[in-house]
Design a protein around this ligand. Sequence first.
Ligand SMILES: C[S@@+](CC[C@H](N)C(=O)[O-])C[C@H]1O[C@@H](n2cnc3c(N)ncnc32)[C@H](O)[C@@H]1O
Length: 259
Amino acid sequence: MNNENNNILDQRIREYLAQNGIAELSREEVKNKIECLSGMDFLELKNRFQVHELPDFYEIGQSGRDNYNYRIAFLKWMVNFIDSYPIGDCSILDSGCATGLDLCFLAGHYKDRDKIFKGYDKQEGMIFLAKEKAKRLSLKNVEFYVSDHDLDIVNPDSSEICSVDVLYNNNSLGLPEMRAENKTEAVEEIDRVQASRIANVLSRVKSGGTGIIGGVYTGKVDSLLPRLENRGIVYVRGEKIFNTPLGLEYFNQVFEIHR
Ligand SMILES: C[S@@+](CC[C@H](N)C(=O)[O-])C[C@H]1O[C@@H](n2cnc3c(N)ncnc32)[C@H](O)[C@@H]1O
């Protein structure tokens, strides 16, 4: 993508975020906004819930400076990826889509094409808000479902969200948290659980399709690869998409599915 197109896309994403009440805010501003809306002390709220467990506050959290800039980098990468994808009318699934922030942007960006955008999340509250957003933006090419990465693969009701061409998972596999929580656990066990989560989620992709695992803090996936290859998941590449000012690096890991 040349510089001019990149700037236009950047601007479109920022406008879309603003349209959804998301502006770039400092940590303090996010905290104040959440306190104002919830009527609760921020620390108390944080001790009781994860922000992503509270659908009504989820998007305020996305205004935080790092989240905001990461989101822009992620969406730009996705547009570049979709533009270069060989299948024109491919189906694209967002697994763990929360309030549909990424998916509704993409569905709006490709409004005039026959791509089918689908998203699921295990929380009904998130899917309720995602459907409202799609309605508000008059999107006709996007569908949302309540489903669980691990549990619904064999459920006939979830057939709509299986056999897709492209699946992306933006920070919804709990991979970084898993590392942090299990510092004392054997690395081998962490790899086993991570590989199995990735394999479960990518089992929704049809053979020949592509899986993207985004929002991953580390570029190192080597130790997972033999376990993934066992399940027909072939590693293609890892691309660094974002650096936080403190130097944390975020990657999109791209896999091809062959069964
Ligand atoms: C950190 S948020 C990221 C959401 C979204 N992808 C984004 O970038 O805004 C994690 C989301 O994953 C969902 N999630 C976590 N575990 C899940 C599972 N097993 N199945 C489906 N959704 C899940 C949560 O409900 C939450 O909405």
